[in-house]
Design a protein around this ligand. Sequence first.
Ligand code: AMP
Ligand code: ZN
Length: 465
Amino acid sequence: MKIFNTLSRTKEEFVPLEPGKVKMYVCGPTVYNFIHIGNARPMIVFDTVRRYFEYKGYQVNYVSNFTDVDDKIIKKAMEEGVDASVISERYIAECKKDMEGMNVKPATTHPLATQEIGGMIDMIENLMGKGYAYRADDGTVYYRTRKFKDYGKLSHKNLEDLQAGHREIKVVGEKEDALDFVLWKPKKEGEPYWESPWCQGRPGWHIECSVMAKRYLGDEIDIHAGGEDLIFPHHENEIAQSEAANGKPFAKYWMHNAFLNIDNKKMSKSLGNFFTVREISEKYDLQVLRFFMLSAHYRSPLNFSADLMEASKNGLARIVTAVERLDERIASGLEKGDGEEAVREQAGELVAKYEAAMDDDFNTADAISAIFELVKLSNTSVTETSSRELAQFMRDTIVSLCDVLGIITEKEEELLDADIEALIEERQQARKNKDFARADEIRDTLAARGILLKDTREGVKWTRA
Ligand code: AMP
Ligand code: ZN
């Protein structure tokens, strides 16, 4: 199995630290809003990486954090006049709902930064003891970047170039050097804070991940992953902290997904060019979003468009229909069929093709092509004269390969009555607020699921088509 390692910028053979086990850390979202589909890309991609390792027989310890203390969370809490924890808990719960919709498995552990402050203080003290960190007069603790000789090895930047970008920022009494970054910062009025040996305050962002990875996976891990915007400075700084504190190489393989773009620009909250996963779920089954994400290699930029989503919807439907057809053949197939060994062999070759694609740095685009070839083989070779066994074999093969991609091939369950009623209630509310676009959207969502609405004097009545 080969993985492209950002550290070496080459594809390397995957050799686990411990045979049969994978220790994997994926940087999770900062929870101050609904996640957008850009944030969903690493979730889907690395969940698929995890599933493929499991398919290969590895036991995967998968850790992904929630950053639940941050300027943006605090700002939102102040705007709403609530505690920061109210905001973070709300959006963690919403994020977990989105993950479930996208069939992203819960991590082995989802640590929260606010629950790990003790570990962060310990690591900062360790770094201070070794001369890698210092306290400035205002109580801020900084990392002494130049002392870490390997600084820049992940992002392939050198200190001189970095220095040139920072020339003006030397402020006396604060940082010793413009390249130094924050490990601990003093609280401002009204912000959440923790006691520490340096001041009442809170941790910097980078130290969180170093500490959570150490606590749940150990000093050395197999894979550390996230979006490519995290390479610098976040992951570079994580390496500096962890390797200086633990005295060991931190992660063997660094994996980074490329951006999800819209009009060829990175989708981001700050540019305002985003769709939330929740918005997409109103138009599409989230399985379609997942299928769309995996239709490209994870290191290629992917441009979001309605056309590509439609194409994904159709592609997924082709697979689901093939599986349904196989179900019919299983129910009504014969005891014995002729010449079926050849079909099984062809299927076996396509499974090998799928595995070769996944073994080559998780090429899900080619893996999906192999599934389509299987679907075609199934549609042409499993006929009225085929055996039940062959139909079952083809079904199991297609379903298991889709399952590795997290693609569910069973027809989606019908909406439950309670969900229908909640949507109808929301539609009434939208109409009252004269938000007719939203009201129409809900009607269309329901219609797409076969639910018909009728306005009567006694209120809205509904039936299944
Ligand atoms: P954030 O909440 O901004 O820290 O992002 C959480 C994760 O989403 C990180 O791994 C980011 O790299 C990733 N991410 C954010 N925006 C995008 C995007 N447009 N495309 C792909 N990944 C993204
Ligand atoms: Zn991180």
